[in-house]
Ligand binder design. Structure first.
Ligand SMILES: Cc1cc2nc3c(=O)[nH]c(=O)nc-3n(C[C@H](O)[C@H](O)[C@H](O)COP(=O)(O)O)c2cc1C
Length: 450
């Protein structure tokens, strides 16, 4: 059993009520939650959850408030037969104790580079290479900076420099620290070197601020680890893919616009899934309230015409996934000034003109300019398959992902889609948008790599 006293012993500042509540919640989850339940909830892509051979990770726990979530992660990994050997940084040990980490991992916890006994038992170079994957949770701003700079002034950073294994980091920090140009430059350096990044999420932070920087949930990190341990997930390295996502806003006047209910969740998830397989991803996104996936280049746009321009600018690409809900029409003449209500008038007529059709334009590019694979989305409220099949033929795209949006798909976390291509229609069961994205990315990888 994990007790609150473990956290009190770990020096966690339980005087703050909110942190106390978080910790009580953590104890509850650690004690009651069976990892398999989490798998059924769809955090892990179908067919990906069981590692075929016994695998192990080297888990580096950095000095951030989110370090307590590393304990949940250890529990999840152990529950799925993944060995966990943990290293606590000096900062990490301020937030969780070696005792808690060791009790959950069932292994010795390493903290010191210059420990004679540790070095005699297992040298630090061997420690850096004995696991299948190195995972940093939480990856603090400091650890990211040291990794980018190639520092090796303690055990964690020395291992990170000496390892010959893949490295996955889960950043967690205050929103200003995350958005700081130094952190973003370090992130770009790490991504360019092939370091995998999971999260961070946007949300309330322990420091009381709101924004991107909150560490991804342990279940999401767990899924990313399992995908890497399973292997074969880096099959899009060297491929460039453009994903359009979210709604468009078509201006009426300086304060009003025509929009739709697209949240951008499915498009964002697809961009993240493609990037996780190693693709270079450009996400052309309409206005959304989402944290862009790490490791993806984002072009933020508002209108359909801007989305078309950004998509064309991002070409050439091996594939384009048009997941955005682009407005079919825009207002013919956008007013320079706010339209005023005229007394006694009986309403107002807006003249709409058709927007450019991004999917059709990209699909009909001449051979050589056209991406090898063009995927469209068809959100329909009735006769879904018939409309989607006709759309595929009309627009000359390769695949259409059709979904019935009559029942609250917009903004929800689940989706049920049918993928239509030359071979016919493939019905996928209802699943999380992350799982849809994962399966689609796998299908795209097969199509692009034969
Ligand atoms: C209460 C508290 C919470 C902190 N949380 C974070 C955090 O979430 N992310 C971060 O990058 N730094 C955080 N810091 C600062 C780091 O602990 C500090 O930069 C430390 O040197 C990082 O150690 P590391 O390199 O071992 O990770 C926090 C500091 C304190 C005192």
């Amino acid at each position: 059993m994990i007790e609150m006293s473990d956290f009190i012993a770990s020096g966690f500042p339980v005087r703050r009520k909110r942190w106390f509540v978080d910790n009580a919640f953590l104890c509850d989850r650690l004690n009651s939650e069976h990892p398999r339940r989490i798998v059924r909830q769809g955090y892990v892509a179908p067919g990906r959850r069981a590692v075929s051979q016994p695998k192990s990770i080297l888990l580096i726990i950095g000095g951030g408030v989110a370090a307590y979530k590393a304990l949940l992660l250890i529990r999840l990994l152990k529950g799925h037969g993944v060995g966990v050997r943990a290293v606590l940084t000096t900062g990490g040990a301020q937030f969780v104790t070696p005792l808690s980490v060791g009790a959950l991992s069932g292994e010795k916890v390493f903290t010191d580079l210059f420990d004679l006994t540790d070095e005699a038992e297992m040298g630090h170079i061997q420690l850096s290479r004995a696991a299948d994957l190195v995972v940093v949770v939480p990856a603090t701003a400091d650890l990211m900076a040291k990794m980018a700079g190639g520092h090796a002034d303690d055990l964690a950073t020395t291992l990170l420099l000496a390892t010959d294994k893949d490295v996955l980091i889960a950043p967690a920090m205050n929103v200003r620290m995350w958005e700081h140009a130094a952190t973003q430059a370090n992130l770009a350096t790490l991504i360019a070197r092939g370091v995998g990044v999971v999260g961070p999420d946007e949300g309330d932070m322990a420091c009381g601020e709101y924004g991107p920087g909150r560490m991804a949930e342990p279940e999401v990190i767990f899924a990313a680890i399992m995908a890497r341990l399973d292997g074969g997930a880096r099959d899009l390295v060297g491929k460039r893919i453009i994903v359009t996502s979210g709604p468009t806003h078509e201006p009426i006047d300086p304060v009003r616009y025509i929009a739709n209910r697209s949240s951008g969740k499915q498009g964002n998830a697809i961009a993240a899934a493609l990037a996780a397989r190693g693709a270079e991803v450009v996400l052309v996104s309409g206005p959304v309230r989402l944290t862009p996936p790490a490791g993806v280049t984002v072009q933020a746009v508002e209108s359909a015409r801007e989305m078309l321009a950004a998509t064309m600018d991002a070409l050439p690409a091996d594939a384009v996934v048009c997941a955005a809900a682009v407005a079919d029409y825009r207002v013919a003449e956008v007013a320079d000034q706010k339209l005023k209500k005229a007394d006694g008038s009986n309403g107002r007529t807006l003249t709409l003109v058709e927007n450019p059709d991004i999917l059709k334009i990209v699909s009909k590019l001449p051979f050589g300019d056209r991406p090898a694979l063009v995927v469209g989305f068809a959100a329909e409220t009735h006769d879904v398959i018939a409309y989607a099949s006709a759309k595929r033929v009309r627009k000359r795209c390769d695949w259409i992902v059709a979904n019935d949006v009559s029942q609250g798909v917009f903004g929800s976390d689940d989706n049920r889609v049918t993928v239509i291509d030359d071979a016919g229609a493939e019905d996928w069961p209802s699943m999380g948008k992350d799982a849809v994205a994962d399966r689609l990315a796998e299908r795209i990888a097969k199509a692009l790599t034969g």
